[in-house]
Design a protein around this ligand. Structure first.
Ligand code: SF4
Ligand code: SF3
Length: 530
C-alpha cells in the first residue's frame, strides 16, 4: 500500500484510496499531506505548552488554519505548496522550543515520530475517532478562513483546533475522551459557522430572495468558483467598467443573494452546476476561471491555461493569484478580455436566498402553512453533490416527496434538484436554498426559531427530517455541529463515511439515531414515520 486516505465519500471501495485518490491525489501528494497534518499536530503540541506559559504566537493560528484547509479534498494538488508548509511548520516548532526553553521549561515534548499517516494508529476505533476529529477541524478551518478574510476572528476556535490536533497524538486518550472531543468539535463548529454568518451578513447584508439568471450574455466573462465572498467582492470591484462579466459557479452561486453584490450590473448570474461537472462546463465557459476554494477537478488541457487559483487552492501548472490587500486580479481580467463569451448551456432562472433572516421575515406565512397542514414536513437536504451515480437518489427523492413537503438546502447538494420544477406551497417555494454549505447554520437558526414559535422543548419535535448528502470534510463539521445541537435521526448518504469504524458508527447510531439511506420509496416512508 503506497498511500492511505479515507477522508471523503469517494474513498475507493468505501474503504480508502491506497494507490491513487479517486479525486486525483497522487501517492506523493498524499504522503506530503500526511506529513503536513503530522507537522500541524506537533506544532500544536508545542503551541499549547507555549500558550500555557503565556507565550503568544499569533502567526501559528493562521498557519494551522490555512494548512488544515489546504488538505481538504480537492482544494490543493500542488506538492510544492505542501513541502513549503512542512518546512515552515518545522521552523515554527523550533521557534516554539526556543521560547519554551527560554521560559525555563522542558521543551522536549513527546512528538510521537511514528504517528504520520492515518494507519499509524493501530486500534481502528481510536483511529476512527482521531480522524473524525481531524476532518471536523479541517471543515472548521475552512469556515474560519473565510471569516478571518473579512476580519472576524475568535481565538477560542483556533485554540480548540490546536487542542484537537495535539489530542490526536495523545495515547492516553481513549474512545470516551475522543467521542467527547468530537462533540466539543461540534460546539466550536457552531461557533465558527455563526462567526462566518456574522462576518458575511455584517459585511454584505442579509441574503434575500433572488432570481438568478443561469443563461449567458454576449460579453467575455470570468467564472468564479468556491466559497470565498471576499474574493468575489474584489473581483466585482476590479472588473467594473472593463466590459468583462462575472458569473458564479457551484457554491459561489450564493453570492447572488447578497445585497452588496447586486449593485454590479456586470454580475451576470450563475454558470453551470456542482463542482464535479467542471470538466465540461469550464470548457464551454470559454473564459478564465478563478478557484477560490475546493472543489478542483484535475483540469483538462482544453482549459488548464484559463484556470487560476487563489487563497489556499493550488494545482501544478495553474497560475496562482497571491494574497494582497487587495488581491490583484488584473491578469485574469486581461485574460478574459481576449476570450469569447460563454457558450450557453442552460436558460432561465433559479431562486434562492432563503437564509435565516429572509425565512424568519416570512415566518408568519411559514407557521400558518404548517398550522393549516399545507406544509406537513421540512426535509433538510443540505450538503455536497458528487459524481457518483448513486447520488441520483437525491433527485428522485426530491421528485417523489409528497407535495406538502418543503426542502431546506445549503451547499452544492442543491444542484441535484434546484432546477426541477417542484412548485410552491402558497407562494413558498418547495426548495428553499439558504446558500453555501456553511449556511447550514442558517437552517439551524430557522429550526430554532420554529421551535420557539411552536413552543416546543426539543428541536426533534419539529416536523423536520434530515437527509444529508456528504462528500468532503466541511460536511463533517456540519454533521458534528448538528449533533452538538441535539439533532437526532440524521440520515447520511450516499454511503456512510469509510472512516467510521463499526464501533464508532454504533455509538452514533445508538446515541443520535444516525443512519444511512436505502432506496427512495422506503426512505420516504421511513422519514414520514419518524
Ligand atoms: Fe480518496 Fe477522497 Fe482521499 Fe481523494 S480525498 S484520496 S478520493 S479518500
Ligand atoms: Fe460542495 Fe465541494 Fe461539499 Fe461546500 S464545493 S459543499 S462538495
Amino acid at each position: 500500500m503506497s498511500m492511505f486516505c479515507y477522508q471523503c465519500q469517494e474513498a475507493a471501495g468505501c474503504k480508502g484510496c491506497t494507490v491513487r485518490g479517486v479525486c486525483g491525489k497522487t501517492e506523493d501528494l498524499a504522503r506530503k499531506q500526511d506529513l503536513l497534518i503530522y507537522t500541524l499536530k506537533v506544532v500544536s503540541l508545542y503551541n499549547l505548552k507555549a500558550t500555557s506559559l503565556n507565550i503568544v504566537n499569533k502567526e501559528i493560528d493562521k498557519f494551522v488554519m490555512d494548512s488544515l484547509f489546504a488538505t481538504i479534498t480537492n482544494a490543493n494538488f500542488d506538492e510544492d505548496i505542501f513541502s513549503t508548509r512542512i518546512s515552515k511548520g518545522l521552523e515554527l516548532k523550533e521557534e516554539l522550543k526556543k521560547q519554551i526553553s527560554a521560559a525555563g521549561e522542558n521543551a522536549d515534548l513527546d512528538e510521537k515520530p511514528n504517528a504520520v499517516g492515518v494507519l499509524s494508529t493501530e486500534n481502528e476505533d481510536i483511529r476512527s475517532l482521531r480522524e473524525l476529529l481531524t476532518y471536523g477541524i479541517k471543515g472548521m478551518a475552512a469556515y474560519m478562513k473565510h471569516a478571518t478574510n473579512l476580519n472576524y476572528d475568535d481565538e477560542n476556535i483556533h485554540a480548540f483546533m490546536q487542542k484537537a490536533l495535539a489530542a490526536t497524538l495523545d495515547d492516553t486518550l481513549g474512545a470516551d475522551e475522543l467521542v467527547a472531543l468530537a462533540l466539543e468539535c461540534g460546539k466550536y463548529g457552531v461557533d465558527a459557522m455563526a462567526l462566518l454568518d456574522k462576518a458575511n451578513t455584517s459585511t454584505y447584508g442579509n441574503p434575500e430572495i433572488t432570481k438568478v439568471n443561469i443563461g449567458v450574455r454576449n460579453n467575455p466573462g470570468i467564472l468564479i468558483s468556491g466559497h470565498d465572498l471576499k474574493d468575489i467582492e474584489e473581483l466585482l470591484k476590479q472588473t467594473e467598467g472593463t466590459g468583462v462579466d462575472v458569473y458564479t459557479h457551484s457554491e459561489m452561486l450564493a453570492a447572488n443573494y447578497y445585497p452588496a453584490f447586486k449593485k454590479y450590473s456586470h454580475f451576470a448570474g450563475n454558470y453551470g452546476n456542482a463542482w464535479w461537472k467542471q470538466n465540461e462546463e469550464f470548457e464551454s465557459f470559454n473564459g478564465p476561471i478563478l478557484m477560490t476554494t475546493n472543489c478542483i477537478v484535475p483540469p483538462k488541457a482544453s482549459y488548464v491555461d484559463r484556470m487560476y487559483t487563489t487563497g489556499i487552492t493550488g494545482y501544478p501548472g495553474v497560475k496562482h493569484i497571491e494574497d494582497g490587500e487587495p488581491k490583484d486580479f488584473s491578469a485574469i481580467i486581461e485574460h478574459a478580455k481576449k476570450c469569447q463569451s460563454p457558450t450557453e448551456i442552460e436558460k432561465g432562472e433559479i431562486i434562492g436566498g432563503f437564509a435565516h433572516n429572509q425565512v424568519i421575515a416570512l415566518a408568519d406565512k411559514v407557521v400558518e402553512a404548517v398550522k393549516t397542514g399545507a406544509i406537513k414536513k421540512f426535509y433538510v437536504m443540505a450538503g455536497c453533490d458528487g459524481r457518483a451515480k448513486s447520488r441520483n437518489y437525491y433527485t428522485e427523492f426530491a421528485e417523489k416527496l409528497p407535495k406538502d413537503a418543503v426542502i431546506l438546502t445549503a451547499g452544492c447538494a442543491k444542484y441535484k434538484y434546484n432546477k426541477l420544477n417542484l412548485g410552491d406551497i402558497g407562494g413558498i417555494p418547495r426548495v428553499l436554498d439558504a446558500g453555501q454549505c456553511n449556511d447550514s447554520y442558517s437552517l439551524v437558526v430557522i429550526a430554532l426559531k420554529l421551535k420557539e414559535v411552536f413552543g416546543l422543548s426539543d428541536i426533534n419535535e419539529l416536523p423536520i427530517a434530515y437527509n444529508i448528502a456528504w462528500y468532503e470534510q466541511k460536511a463533517v463539521i456540519v454533521l458534528l455541529a448538528l449533533l452538538h445541537l441535539g439533532v437526532k435521526n440524521i440520515h447520511l448518504g450516499p454511503t456512510l463515511p469509510a472512516f467510521l469504524s463499526p464501533n464508532v458508527a454504533k455509538v452514533l447510531v445508538d446515541n443520535f439515531g444516525i443512519g444511512g439511506i436505502t432506496n427512495v420509496d422506503d426512505d420516504i416512508k421511513m422519514f414520514e414515520n419518524l
